[in-house]
Design a protein. Structure first.
Length: 176
């Protein structure tokens, strides 16, 4: 596959991920936990795939580098807001995380390259996706105690993702 084709495919996956945010929140509101879970998993996998394709092409497009972190925020914000509204996560923690995302999006907008993600920023995203997948694990897929355990593990993973989010924000802002 040519580098140009890989970049176009990576950009297409990024746009597709942005579109998943609306059906994800609609599925959550409609009580369709399994649909929401699969949409979030698909979004996380597309994030990994578009990064792999961009690296394979020797680097992604400038447009893709600017859009990729925004699509991650759209996809992660939908379940965070729903979990906060339903009391599964404290609203102050959701607010802090979303405020961080807006701050870093603003910082990235001022960077010529879109502000490439740091390793701690990438780790934060992986941890957030993992925590959210566990927190959203549908009740009917396993016995109640196992689902409770997965939800508890998601709760535990959320806190280090918040710490990583704040520390990576500090790292980005120090670069300025």
């Amino acid at each position: 596959m040519s580098a140009q084709r890989s970049r176009r495919l990576a950009d297409g996956l990024t746009v597709g991920r942005a579109v998943l945010g609306l059906p994800l929140i609609l599925a959550l509101v409609a009580g369709q936990a399994a649909v929401a879970w699969w949409l979030l998993l698909l979004g996380g996998l597309s994030d990994a795939a578009d990064g792999w394709l961009a690296r394979r092409a020797g680097g992604g497009s400038v447009w893709g580098a600017r859009l990729d972190p925004l699509t991650d925020k759209i996809l992660i914000s939908a379940p965070l807001l729903w979990l906060g509204a339903n009391g599964a996560l404290p609203l102050w923690a959701v607010w802090l995380l979303l405020a961080r995302e807006l701050l870093i999006s603003g910082w990235r907008a001022g960077q010529g390259s879109g502000g490439p993600a740091s390793w701690s920023g990438k780790a934060k995203t992986i941890l957030q996706f993992s925590a959210l997948l566990l927190l959203l694990w549908p009740a009917g897929w396993l016995a109640a105690p196992a689902v409770s355990g997965l939800h508890g593990l998601g709760w535990l993973l959320f806190w280090p993702s918040l710490v990583l989010a704040l520390s990576s924000a500090w790292g980005y802002l120090r670069q300025s």
